[in-house]
Design a protein around this ligand. Structure first.
Ligand SMILES: [Zn+2]
Ligand SMILES: [Zn+2]
Ligand SMILES: [Zn+2]
Length: 310
């Protein structure tokens, strides 16, 4: 094994138990807030509060999904699930995005209808309850923020809680405008605005999780640059069947066929080339989960896998 690098290779991430506990707290707070907003919306004839309530209920479902994913992700790999459960967070994130898209579209539609046919909104209780929702939103944002950067699913929930808080601030503003102008349409406009923010969140989360589910190249990695760098390694003649994907955010993987020179094969069966490639991919691109197939020029023909393999 001349020239082979120390190849650290682990399929088990550090346990995100902190993340699971915080998600549990966020779930409890969100369901309590949803109940308060629903009662307030019924009492004050406010579509904006209703939209906050329905939306917070869906947040509860999203948080429950996130809670489930955070627990399941710790489970060790098995013989038949050799990558473990890394993707469970991605699946939760994607389901969350679908749910958000549905809710966002409903809120925009209902908001538009009630701008045309405004209700007799009672602005006092609306402002008070929306202010309460801001308090809840800030609390949830604070609960989730320490783990927001690491995990796509938690990041989605965090961003979401932040925009919910902005939405509640919009409801307070709308209630003030209702009090000033005596026109209930402001309340419906706030509901539609919340719907648009929810649609935006759905798009952002859905796009990121879909890229991982589609085995897309992770953001920040340029496949052309990786291929070019591999070709420049001493002893490499050509690279094909290059695949670059991620099991989850921060866990990129690569597989490729590498044709090596006759001299490199004669020297040590290509082991030195293999070591140089592993070092390059690890140190320059941060890819440690690497599978390389070394080939001689006169080897068996490769079955094409579609796409730009050559
Ligand atoms: Zn929300
Ligand atoms: Zn291929
Ligand atoms: Zn090949």
């Amino acid at each position: 094994m001349a020239g082979a690098s120390t190849h650290s290779h682990s399929h088990s991430a550090p346990a995100p138990s902190l993340s699971a506990r915080r998600l549990g707290w966020a779930l409890t707070l969100t369901l309590a807030a949803a109940l308060a907003q629903a009662l307030g919306g019924w009492w004050a004839h406010s579509l904006a509060l209703w939209s906050n309530a329905g939306h917070l209920l869906s947040d509860g479902i999203a948080l429950a999904l996130g809670f489930w994913a955070a627990r399941v992700e710790d489970a060790p790999p098995t013989q038949r699930l050799s990558y473990g459960y890394h993707r469970s967070g991605i699946i939760a994130g994607f389901l969350n995005a679908l749910l958000l898209g549905l809710i966002g579209a409903t809120l925009v539609g209902e908001g538009a209808v009630h701008v045309l046919r405004p209700e007799a909104v009672d602005p006092g209780p609306v402002a008070a309850l929306a202010a309460g929702a801001i308090g809840f939103g800030l609390l949830i944002t604070w609960v989730l923020s320490p783990t927001a950067g690491r995990d796509l699913n938690v990041r989605a929930l965090f961003l979401h809680a932040f925009w919910d808080t902005v939405g509640s601030a919009g409801i307070v503003l709308a209630a003030l405008l209702v009090a000033l102008t005596r026109w209930g349409g402001w309340d419906a406009l706030a509901a539609a605005g919340i719907g648009l923010a929810v649609l935006h969140a759905a798009w952002s989360v859905g796009r990121d999780s879909l890229n991982i589910l589609m085995e897309g190249v992770p953001a920040g990695l340029d496949p052309a640059a990786v291929r070019a760098a591999m070709r420049e390694v001493e002893g490499v003649e050509e690279v094909h069947h290059l695949h670059l994907w991620a099991l989850k955010p921060g866990f990129p993987a690569l597989s490729a066929h590498v044709r090596v020179t006759a001299a490199a094969l004669a020297a040590d069966g290509g082991q030195a080339v293999l070591g140089r490639l592993q070092d390059l991919l690890d140190h320059r691109f941060g890819i440690t989960h690497v599978t390389l197939q070394l080939e001689a020029g006169n080897g068996p023909d490769c079955a094409p896998c579609g796409g730009p393999t050559r």
